[in-house]
Design a protein around this ligand. Structure first.
Ligand SMILES: Cc1ncc(C[n+]2csc(CCOP(=O)(O)OP(=O)(O)O)c2C)c(N)n1
Ligand code: SF4
Length: 351
């Protein structure tokens, strides 16, 4: 595998964020993906989002599976914790890490093959459990790394680069996430950084599971006429439901929600999502309406992007389990092990 280090020297005039880091401190190694790959644009958006959010790089844990998309954590946040899991197994490894140390910001990066094919069971159960994470699927409709086979998100009838039509029905990860009760569901496009950066910021600031499906064209195997995951198709069929801005705030901001105006959704960690509603009928807090909206537009061949659903009062896995506020990896043996007397009491209760 090629490996190119970036120079670590920074020009002293580079601007710094509130925690003292330059934007370059959030970069990683030089990408070895194909020039023009949508995944590189997503990496750039992640770098921008983390820098703007003033997240300290070493407070982030980035986990991924296997695939071109899952290689990308090497290309951003070089000073954070990273783990490439087995193909499709990122959610369970991330769940374990999160349970051991709830004090980090968890970012899961995956591909449509990684999540919708071999890792489908793990995708589903991470949502069901409400694991506190930003789960980004870099969705190109193919297996890029293994040279262009259809993945489970490829549309029925869409044509591969070598001219073969896909006979299988597609899985829509956004529809599935809404159905399973994910508390933050959004879709972005790698070619629209203006929309994508705020969507990533919102996902990172959300408490609970945040699913972000990003259409990310594979220029080597799936960026041609006949593909619904190509740059041209998405640009021609994109319907953006909202433009949003993320404001960091310590004081609560009153929620105001009127058609054509804006809604401020206060997150549990203090992050506020400001949603500017362009479509007066679109309400991201109404999960059932979001499902109907996505399905309707999908049937028309449109790609709906934006923040499709958010539950501002979401709980996460730690809340469901009632774990202590201190990360488990910071507790000592005395706190973690109740001792022989407590075990004896439990055993006695079972006799
Ligand atoms: C258990 C297992 N099965 C199959 C593979 C081969 N394999 C590696 S990456 C990949 C598909 C990746 O596709 P996707 O997740 O869509 O990512 P992309 O490369 O398109 O970004 C497959 C099938 C593997 N590495 N491990
Ligand atoms: S094969 Fe496709 S997904 Fe992989 S790096 Fe190249 S363009 Fe990107």
């Amino acid at each position: 595998m090629t490996w190119i280090a970036k120079p670590r020297l920074h020009h002293p005039s580079l601007s710094r964020n509130a925690v003292g880091y330059t934007r370059r401190d959030y970069e990683g190694k030089v990408s070895t993906l194909c020039a023009g790959c949508g995944h590189d644009s997503i990496s750039a958006a992640i770098i921008q989002a983390c820098w703007e959010l003033d997240i300290e790089p070493h407070r982030v844990a980035k986990l991924s599976g296997i695939g071109c998309s899952s290689k990308t954590p090497d290309y951003f946040l070089g000073n954070s914790h990273g783990f490439n899991t087995v193909h499709g197994r990122m959610p369970s490894v991330l769940t374990g890490a999160n349970l051991a140390n709830r004090g980090l910001t968890y970012l899961g990066v995956s591909g449509d093959g990684d999540s919708a094919s071999i890792g489908m069971g793990q995708f589903v159960h991470a949502i069901r459990r409400g694991v506190d994470m930003a789960y980004i699927v870099e969705n190109n409709g193919v297996y890029g790394l293994t040279k262009g086979q259809f993945s489970a998100t490829a549309d029925q009838g869409s044509v591969s680069k070598r001219g073969v039509a896909n006979s299988d029905a597609p899985i829509d990860l956004v529809g599935l996430a809404l159905q399973l009760g994910a508390t933050y569901v959004a879709r972005g496009f790698s070619g629209d950084k203006t929309q994508l950066v705020p969507l990533i910021k919102g996902a990172l600031g959300h408490r609970g599971v945040a699913i972000l499906d990003v259409i990310s064209p594979c220029v080597a195997f799936n960026n041609h006429a006949g593909s619904t995951k190509s740059y041209d198709y998405v640009r021609e069929h994109n319907d953006a439901v909202n433009r949003l801005d993320v404001i960091e705030g310590r004081a609560a901001i009153a929620v105001d929600y009127a058609p054509g105006e804006a809604i401020d959704v206060v997150q549990h960690d203090g992050t506020v999502l400001r949603l500017r509603k362009l479509d007066p009928d679109y309400d991201p807090t109404d999960r059932l309406a979001a499902m109907a909206y996505v399905n309707l537009h999908q049937a028309r061949g449109e790609v709906v992007t934006g923040l499709l659903h958010v539950d501002p009062a979401a709980a996460d896995l730690h809340g469901h389990l009632g774990t202590v506020a201190t990360p488990l990896n910071q507790l000592g043996v005395a706190e973690l092990c109740p001792g022989a007397a407590a075990l004896e009491k439990i055993n006695a209760g079972l006799r």
